[in-house]
Design a protein around this ligand. Sequence first.
Ligand SMILES: *Cc1c(COP(=O)(O)O)cnc(C)c1O
Length: 420
Amino acid sequence: MKNKKLAEASIQRSALCDLDRADPLATLRDQFLIPDNLLYMNGNSLGPLTALAQEKLSRAVSDEWGKKLIRGWNTAGWYDLPWRLGDKIGQLIGAEPGETVVCDSTSVNLFKAVAAALSLQSGRTKIVSEAGNFPTDLYVLDGLSRFTQDKYEVDIRARSDVINAINADTAVVVLTHVHYVSAEIFPMAEITQIAHDAGALVVWDLSHSVGAIATDLTASNADFAVGCGYKHLNGGPGAPAFIYAANRHHAAMRQPLSGWFGHANPFEFTDDFTPAGDIRRLLCGTTGVLGATGLEAGVDVMLTADRDAMFEKSKALSNLFQQLIEECSVGEVLEIRSPLIAAERGAHISYAHESGYAIMQNLVERGVIGDFRAPDNIRFGFSPLFMRYTDVYDVVEILEDILTSRTYEDDKYVATHSVT
Ligand SMILES: *Cc1c(COP(=O)(O)O)cnc(C)c1O
């Protein structure tokens, strides 16, 4: 490595202190309970705990579950949670009220969304998706295809070839808006238009978009979408996910996980299934109230932030990270795997290094939490609600130290854990 040093970069830490002081979102950091001396760059994988979530969860356990017991369904707002919270998330993704509900996991919701889209597409037999999409999305499509005894062919194409696969046989196109490793963004409105022109529908996975970049389902004329509650929305480990369907599809769409919460009148306890007339037909069973309570707190905190400021700050943070890396020796050994322009990527960035796993382990031990994605990517998230500009500087400084001193080569950093 050459002698390019972070200390000699064009941006000084003191200037970043000034940026932090002037940051209109700075006070939001106080809402997050992040341990001292931890540089948390993994809000894109598991958002941190908010004071509001801690308070609401503890109240939900002690006062609601503990004292109200089953009365809580009516008196603590449990029954309404899926659509009340769905509409709050809807504000972040450009949905109209009544188009989004919270329930199940992203994987299960993807199954329901794709099946609902297929229910509107008789005669068409192809499902198109991207090679290298988030694995669960591809696994769910594989499962769905097998379950229908291969009635549907899943056509998985390289990113640049996805559009070419959309044709008159295509029933549904299933894409992740922001790629989980590279953070590349698919142009939502443009692809939706191409699909519609071919008579196909689109299911968008917004797991790395919601709370991370400006997303407008209505303006994009989107059909269906799903997304994750525990990443940028800070809902807590395993928080429920959400599912969206455009109003125009509600009356005709059907989905096969027809549980009682998707019934028009669950408490009539009839033998026959009559689907709810609205978005609720995408629900299946009883709401995981505690998980949804944590998610509602995370979303409530996010809704207090100015949305444009939030997305702009996240781009500024990732831009700063990229620039500092380029200006010191780290840039000579890490290869960027994300678009070079912040506006063209989501709120995370990936770099490749053959010892990526060990480097990340070493970073974690030094109090910098990002993550590793096989085969060789280290990934860093830029959450505008709690990250400071100086944090970015401090992370690059530690990274520079690890790479220069080669401490990551120690055997203890090479042993793999089951969750990466
Ligand atoms: C995180 C993520 C998921 C998560 O799915 P779960 O069912 O919550 O495990 C799904 N899709 C994408 C694109 C993701 O990034």
